[in-house]
Every structure is written in C-alpha cells, then in structure tokens.
Ligand binder design. Structure first.
Ligand code: KIV
Ligand code: ZN
Length: 507
C-alpha cells in the first residue's frame, strides 16, 4: 500500500479563517494533540507574518518531537531566513516556500514567467541552505498553464525541493480535471520521482476532499488539510474526511496514512473549542449527527447488525461511548487524567485553576459531562492577558421591570462600576460593559448554547467583534447565561486590546 503523508495546516491556513486566530499557548495545545494524532507534518505558522506567528512556530519546533514542523515563507530571502530561524530547534524542520504561477504574475507580482522560475529556484536553494526538507508550492497551480507548471516543478526539484505542492488556492478545480493535472505532471516532469507531490485544496465549491482524494489516486503522496476543514473562506480539505475515506476504502485507494484515527474526535473538539469555530451537526465524521441513526428502520438494522447502515464504527474515530465522566467526589488525579484523554495537557498552575472551577461546577451541577469539562478547561487555556476583568454583575429583569444591569469591572488597576438599561438583561449588561470600556468595536455575532441538556447546564456564549477591519471571537461559559455572555464580551474586548499591542500580520 502507498503511504500518504498528512500535512496538517490547521495552525496556519486554518488559523486564517476569519476570527479563528489562536495565541501561542492555544497553538501549543493543538500541536501537542496533532502529535498524538500522528500527523506527518505540522505547519505551525508563517513566521515572518508577525512576532506571534514566529514565536508559535519556534515554541512548537522546540517542544514537539516525532513530527516534522514546517514554517511558511514567501519566495523571499527575509521570509526564508525568518522561517529557518523559527524551525531551527525542531527535531525535523521544513521550510515551505511558495510563489504564484498564474494570473498573480501579471496583477499581483508583476513578474514574467522567467522571473518566477528564477525566484522559485533561488528560494528553494536558499531554503536548502538551512534544511534538507524544503517544500515548494506553486500558488494557484490549478489556474496556471500546465506546461509552465511542469517546468517550475522540474526546476524546483532540481534545486532541491523534496516536496512540490500543487495548491488549488481558490477552490476552482473539479475532481476529474485535478486528477488529469496530477497525471500530466506525473507523466511530463522527468524528475518527478525525486519528490513527493503534495496537494492542497480549498473548499470554495465544496470539492476540497474529493479533489484531494482524486489526486491521491493519480499519485499524490501528501495531502494538506485541516481539522474540521477550517481555513480561508470556505476552508481547506478536512483531515478527518480524507483520512477516513482512505481507511474505509483501502482496496479502492490502495493507500494508507499514519493517522491514529481514535484521536480524531478529540482533536476535532479541541480545535473547535480553541478556535471557536463550531462544527455543524451534519459534518461528516465529527459532526454530532455523524453516527446518529434517526429512522426507525435504520436503528433496527444497526441494532441487528451494525454494518447494515454504518460504514465506520464511531469508536474508530474516538467518539466516546459513555459520556458521564466525573462528579463531586472525583479527585485531582482523575480530573487530570480525563483532561489528558480529552487532549488537554495543562501546566500545574492552569491545572489548579481548572480543578477549582471544576469543583465549583460540581456544586452547581449534579452530573459533569465531557462537554462540561472541555468548556471549563478551554476557557482556562484560551485566557488572554486581561485589561478588563469582571468583578461583579447584578441584573434585574422580568415581565414588569425594565431590564437593568450593574457591572463592576477592573480596568487595568482601577475599579469602575456602571448601571445601564437595555432591551433585555444581556443588552443591559453589554451596554454597561461598552460604556466602561469605551469600546469602538461592533458586535457582529452573538451565539448562545447549552452545553449539555438540563436547566442546570453550562451555558456557552460566543461573540464576534469587529474593530478597524479586525475580527475577534470571545468566549465565555457559566451556569448563569448572563454571566457567560458578559465573560464572552470581556474576553473578546481583551483580545482586541491584545491585538492593539501586538504588531499586526504584515501579509
Ligand atoms: O492556498 C494556498 O495556495 C496556500 C499556499 C501558501 C500553499 O495556502
Ligand atoms: Zn491554502
């Protein structure tokens, strides 16, 4: 069977989903879980883009073992040097350099084809000065001239690229056409056997996974993908779908990956919690309904013989069979162990705080489910430096009173209190917070959900704020939904403050 490398770009292309940006600690949590999932390559960021991206790639390169850590770089010396610096501590480090080969030449880069060819070759040679593991991507390959793409591929391989990536940058191609392109390259590029051909498909037409799998059939040896398919615009090929298609149809593809599929579900949950990007219920493999049989005839069939309506077993992707986990009497050790199983490895201080919150939750709620623990701990992990913190909140509302909220916040070292009225208790709370923080941001989205069933469930609130063209997501949870809403708003405002302090991505 052919071995297909899984190149995970959740931390780079995935992070480019609007509002999904992750801080360094969050990226480290995801990277640790990606290592447990056993991906072949983690693309950890774009080091030249911002000090935060550089730091994330460097920390991941320092800590993660047994997986190649890649840093992205345009075909420019400054980018390549920065990427090289960031991946230096890695056990196995890759520089992934890219340059457009199509309409971008005329409109974006204003370069001729010969200039592009020279720049691509120079970039690969420069990167090879730092590492033997260099990948070249021909950005927007699917809209490029096929013969020119063959030339570029041949030359970058000669220059030392061990992997050549054929991205469908704007999600334009169709499976049959993409298959033909990969076949064309395989047949026309004389030294193609000296490199791994990789594919990187975007999902603008909903075909990213289909295109990637067709490319595998035609000889691609690496697939670039993200958990839950997050990424620019409509996202990237979903890792879990590519991997499970190959695993479920081994004879058809004659190909396998090294992914430990039992880790898929928890990785998906972790990424969803950390990025705030909710997984749709009908999402293949990891959606809440992916293994739910509603029709009576299906349920009957599955009970008699699972394979009647199930092509995969939920346990193969790590969907927990029993959901009730811990309770009031659970100790710190059991809590830590459960967290580890859910993909969270916390330092002592983080663990202590999370355990305190767990114990408080046990006093409020009889049954503690995995989802409760994930919610509680992800809030701890997602902590951002706090300019604003909630000290107190009092709300009065009902059928015969005007909803009013009194909010007390700590703003840097000062304590400020305000009372405001609103259209409802959340609106009143948000008006008070907005007045105290003097925010200029605009609330784009407000989502609220109960984590588990029951009126004592943790309520989870996600808000999206926009200011000066930047979007951030804030997140809060509590058994009191108004408090959860306040926490989410304050979390988002703290993220905006953080952005103001950190130099922005220049790319
Ligand atoms: O979509 C794309 O072309 C990319 C490249 C940088 C590989 O993300
Ligand atoms: Zn991409």
């Amino acid at each position: 069977m052919r071995y297909i490398k899984i190149f995970d770009t959740t931390l780079r292309d995935g992070e480019q989903s609007p509002g999904a940006s992750m801080n360094v600690e969050e990226k480290l949590h995801v990277a640790r879980q990606l290592a447990r999932l056993n991906v072949d390559v983690i693309e950890a960021g774009f080091p030249v883009a911002s000090p935060g991206d550089f730091e994330a790639v460097r920390r991941i390169a320092e800590e993660i073992r047994g997986v190649t850590v890649a840093g992205l770089a345009r075909a420019k010396d400054v980018d390549i040097e920065r990427a090289a610096e960031a991946i230096k501590p890695a056990e196995s480090g890759r520089i992934h350099t890219f340059l457009a080969t199509d309409i971008h030449l005329k409109y974006k880069l204003r370069m001729s084809r010969e200039e592009v060819l020279d720049a691509a070759v120079s970039a690969v040679k420069k990167a090879r000065g730092f590492t033997d593991d260099v990948e070249f991507s021909a950005e927007d390959a699917t809209r490029s001239d096929w013969d020119f793409l063959c030339r570029v591929t041949e030359e970058v391989i000669k220059a030392g690229a061990a992997t050549v990536n054929i991205p469908d940058t704007v999600g334009y191609t169709i499976p049959q056409e993409f298959g033909e392109l990969i076949e064309y390259l395989m047949n026309r590029v004389p030294n193609i056997d000296k490199a791994v051909i990789s594919v990187h498909c975007h999902n603008d037409l909903g075909l990213a996974v289909a295109n990637s799998l067709t490319a595998v059939l035609k000889g691609a040896g690496q697939v670039e993908c993200t958990l839950n398919g997050i990424g620019e615009r409509a996202g990237n090929a979903a890792l879990e779908e590519v991997v499970m298609a190959l695993k479920t149809r081994p004879k058809f593809f004659n190909a396998e990956t090294g992914i430990i599929t039992e880790e898929i579900y928890k990785t998906s949950r972790l990424v969803s919690k950390i990025t705030g990007m909710v997984v749709q219920p009908n999402k293949a493999i990891v959606g809440a309904n992916a293994f739910a049989h509603e029709a009576g005839i299906h349920q009957d069939g599955v009970l008699k013989e699972r394979s009647t309506y199930e092509i995969m077993k939920p346990e193969t992707v790590g969907i927990p069979q029993s959901k009730l986990v811990l309770g009031k009497h659970s100790g710190r050790h059991a809590f830590k162990e459960r967290l580890r199983e859910l993909g969270y490895e916390l330092g002592d201080e983080e663990l202590n705080k999370a355990f305190e919150r767990f114990k408080r939750l046990c006093d409020q709620k009889k049954y503690i489910f995995d989802e409760d623990i994930e919610t509680l701990v992800s809030e701890e992990v997602k902590k951002v430096p706090e300019v604003f913190s909630l000290m107190d909140l009092k709300v009065s509302s009902g059928t015969s009173v005007k909803p009013t909220a009194t909010v007390r916040l700590k703003v840097r070292d000062e304590v400020v209190e305000r009372t405001e009225e609103g259209d409802g208790p959340v609106d009143a709370t948000y008006c008070a917070i907005a007045r105290i923080t003097e925010t200029k941001s605009h609330l784009e989205k407000f989502e609220i959900k109960g984590i588990t069933g029951g009126t004592d469930a943790l309520g989870e609130v996600m808000v999206t704020l926009e200011e000066d063209g930047h979007t951030v997501r804030g997140y809060g949870s509590d058994t009191d939904i108004i408090v959860a809403a306040a926490k989410a708003y304050i979390n988002a405002l703290n993220k905006l403050e953080g952005r103001k302090r950190e130099p922005q991505k220049g790319i």
